[in-house]
Ligand binder design. Structure first.
Ligand code: IPE
Ligand code: IPE
Ligand code: MG
Length: 248
């Protein structure tokens, strides 16, 4: 089915997911299949990011969260880490203007202190240049760990309790969520993982409690607008019960 038909079906179904998160995986395998260095797969992955942003805008998704680099990924060979950081800077220099025109507001979530100075500058640039975009909020998760995010929120709560600002019985989900990177955002409705891997790899552990999961065998560099639309259509067929029973 062509992308316009898929999109039409999405609109007819209604209930477009507000927040879609993607674990972008399979760049290395994509490159290996072609006898190319892993970095070539990462580079090609940028096209898939472009496709996803376009698809999200077309489908009326409000928030798109992309897992681009985990804290565990720092343990990859230095050459690969440097290539990935270089691509992030390239993405910023090539895409910022377009994202701005598209009405995207970019946020970069993760341990940004771990980034080198020039990459950090790039990140600050894309954030400030796209601030105020109202059509899509794009979260790029970089140097991100779900467990670390939870621990950092706990540290904040413990510090407040220790200073007498917060009583243990006042500690609740709302306060905790306000201390996460995703403060103020709804949880992802749909989580897509490419390259046929059925695991979370330390991604948004708190936020995905009731997220619908969609795993596709497509490798990230091949991921297209159509693949995003197919994932949304799959989501629209789900019966989200949140632990309750469906009446009727
Ligand atoms: C995803 O592709 C990109 C990052 C994790 C940075 P991979 O590099 O994990 O590709 P595979 O899983 O080895 O194919
Ligand atoms: C998850 O992919 C991290 C990102 C997509 C950024 P990985 O390739 O790092 O995860 P594992 O090693 O397959 O669990
Ligand atoms: Mg991988």
């Amino acid at each position: 089915m062509a992308s316009s038909e898929l999109l039409q079906e999405i609109c007819l179904n209604g209930q477009v997911p507000r927040h879609v998160a993607i674990i972008m995986d399979g760049n290395g395998r994509w490159a290996k299949q072609r006898g190319l260095p892993r970095a070539a797969g990462h580079k090609r992955g940028m096209a898939a990011v472009r496709e996803s942003v376009k698809g999200a805008l077309d489908a009326g998704i409000e928030i798109l969260t992309l897992f681009a680099f985990s804290t565990e990924n720092w343990q990859r060979p230095r050459s690969e880490v440097l290539a990935l950081m270089g691509l992030l800077r390239l993405y910023v220099s090539k895409e910022t203007q377009k994202l701005r025109e598209q009405g995207c507001e970019v946020h970069v979530l993760g341990d940004l202190d771990a980034l080198d100075a020039s990459t950090k500058k790039s990140v600050e640039f894309i954030i400030s240049e796209t601030a105020g975009g109202v059509d899509l909020r794009l979260n790029l998760m970089i140097s991100y760990s779900g467990r670390e995010e939870i621990l950092a929120a706990c540290r904040q709560m413990i510090a407040r309790a220790a200073s007498g600002d917060l009583l243990p019985e006042e500690f609740n989900e709302a306060l905790f969520e306000a201390a996460l990177f995703t403060a103020g955002l709804p949880d992802p409705d749909l989580l897509i993982r490419t390259s046929d891997e059925f695991r979370l790899s330390n991604f948004m552990l708190w936020q995905v409690a009731y997220t619908e999961l969609h795993v596709t065998s497509v490798l990230w560099p091949d991921f297209s607008r159509e693949d995003l639309f197919r994932a949304v259509l799959d989501y629209q067929e789900r019966d989200r019960r949140f632990g309750r029973v469906t009446v009727g």
